[in-house]
Design a protein around this ligand. Structure first.
Ligand SMILES: Cc1ncc(COP(=O)(O)O)c(C=O)c1O
Length: 438
């Protein structure tokens, strides 16, 4: 059983000064269980009571090398001695941008921002500015950050609120978003070739962008079926629509070139954050020169006091150097595969119907015997059973997200022995939960 006394005491204090005791709605686990973390190192974290966990949340994705990685931290420490915010371009910023352009296939030019939300917001504005059109398509179960245009049909939406499959309705994910915004957003089921084609055709000349997480970083890492991204690419070319990959989770994680490299499809623009900084807040968006050039010259506005700041670009430079020099993500894929195969085997051995999902560097699984191709299929998933396994793991020092929608994240520090330890505890959890359900 986990010790909780200190965490509870701190959470009481937190509740007096932070709304619900947290700085993000998704961090709130209720008055008894909301965790308080004291530190992290490599693939492990410790909470305020000293409980140790193997971490598969990794801050929801950014930690690609490991917590408190000395190589990144020292680069940041050196850099901040020279000051960090100047309202002007720095050489460090140019170097980081050069490395990104060299690493990402088909990306000509970019701008830095601080968060994924800013990156997706700006990329959408660029697409609108470039095309002179206002509406955009996103896919159900995908999350593009917290700005108003992104708050529809995200993972977490009740499937019943999404409308009929042939005629989807954008389900608002937050109040406080003006009603009128809905008119600019079209939400569609992922992996459905026909409906996206029909929609783009029905709205001829109206669609500025198709915004897509190339695999669903906010729904079990679900991957595109063969040909789906190619189909979108072709439609975007035919109809003059800007194709945007949201690579906030997949960038610098699936492969050095992100989903562009992993799936072999080059969008017009893409957005990055998370792994680019190993936890330091840095983000970027970029793509084709011709499109990005609408920024500036009095046309499309983009800015940010902290964009390209010294902490952000020092971290990015250090991460990019490591990824370029060492096969970090290829090694990660092998260990991710070991984890996926192990989970698959254990669930099979215990006769639990399941679907293994996701790329090995961002895997997931769902408890259902039915094939899962889009977010709507979440209704077949046994949430209760999955969550019970995750709570058991958490109580025993292995911490993936409790909710199956969030994939598991691996970092360089998850070595084979950590994976095997995880699998042992996973099997214990499955046995215990199964016994309880029988
Ligand atoms: C795919 C995707 N896009 C955008 C965002 C928003 O990024 P941020 O939290 O840095 O604003 C997230 C965050 O999880 C994400 O998963």
């Amino acid at each position: 059983m986990l010790r909780r006394e200190k965490s509870k005491e701190l959470f009481k204090r937190a509740g007096k000064v932070l709304v619900q005791g947290v700085s993000s709605n998704l961090r709130y686990w209720g008055p008894e269980d909301t965790p308080i973390i004291s530190r992290g190192k490599g693939c492990k974290i410790w909470d305020a009571d000293g409980n140790e966990f193997i971490d598969y949340r990794l801050g929801w994705g950014p930690i690609i090398l490991g917590h408190a990685d000395d190589r990144i931290d020292n680069a940041v420490i050196e850099s901040i001695k020279n000051g960090i915010t100047f309202a002007a371009t720095t050489e460090l910023e140019i170097r980081a941008a050069e490395k990104i352009v060299a690493m990402i296939p088909g990306l000509d030019i970019l701008r830095f921002t601080n968060t994924g939300t800013e990156a997706t917001m700006h990329a959408l504005r660029v697409a609108r500015g470039y095309t002179g059109r206002e509406r955009y398509i996103k896919f159900e179960g995908q999350y593009h950050g917290m700005h108003d245009y992104a708050m529809f049909s995200n993972a977490g939406a009740d499937v019943g609120s999404l409308g009929a499959r042939r005629h989807p309705i954008p389900a608002q994910s937050s109040s406080g978003v003006p009603q009128g915004i809905r008119d600019y957003v079209i939400t569609l089921p992922f992996n459905d070739f026909e409906i996206v084609e029909r929609t783009i055709d029905d709205h001829y000349g109206e669609i500025a962008a198709v915004f897509i997480e190339p695999c669903l970083g906010n729904f079990a890492g679900l991957e595109p079926v063969d040909g789906f991204l190619e189909h979108l690419r072709k439609l975007c070319d035919e109809y003059g629509v800007v194709m945007i990959f949201d690579e906030v989770k997949t960038g610098f994680r699936l492969a050095n070139g992100g989903a562009r490299e992993a799936y072999g499809v080059i969008p017009d623009l893409s957005t990055y954050a998370k792994s680019l900084g190993n936890g330091f807040p840095v983000a970027a968006f970029g793509g084709k020169q011709e499109i990005m050039e609408v920024l500036g010259m009095g046309s499309v506005s983009q800015g940010g006091t902290y964009s390209g700041n010294g902490v952000a670009v020092a971290a990015a430079n250090a991460v990019l150097d490591i990824l370029a020099a060492e096969p970090v993500l290829k090694d990660l894929a092998q260990r991710g595969k070991r984890l996926q195969n192990g989970i698959d085997q254990i669930l099979t051995d215990h006769d639990i119907p399941h679907q293994i999902t996701g790329h090995p560097n961002m895997p997931g699984f769902l408890i259902t015997e039915r094939e899962v191709k889009d977010y709507r299929h979440v209704i077949h998933h046994d949430d209760e059973f999955y969550d019970a396994i995750m709570w058991h793991l958490y109580d025993n020092g292995v911490w993936p997200e409790i909710d199956a929608r969030e994939p598991w994240f691996l970092c360089e520090a998850h070595d084979d022995s950590i994976i095997d330890e995880t699998l042992n505890r996973f099997e214990d959890a499955v046995k215990a939960v199964k016994q309880k359900h029988e």
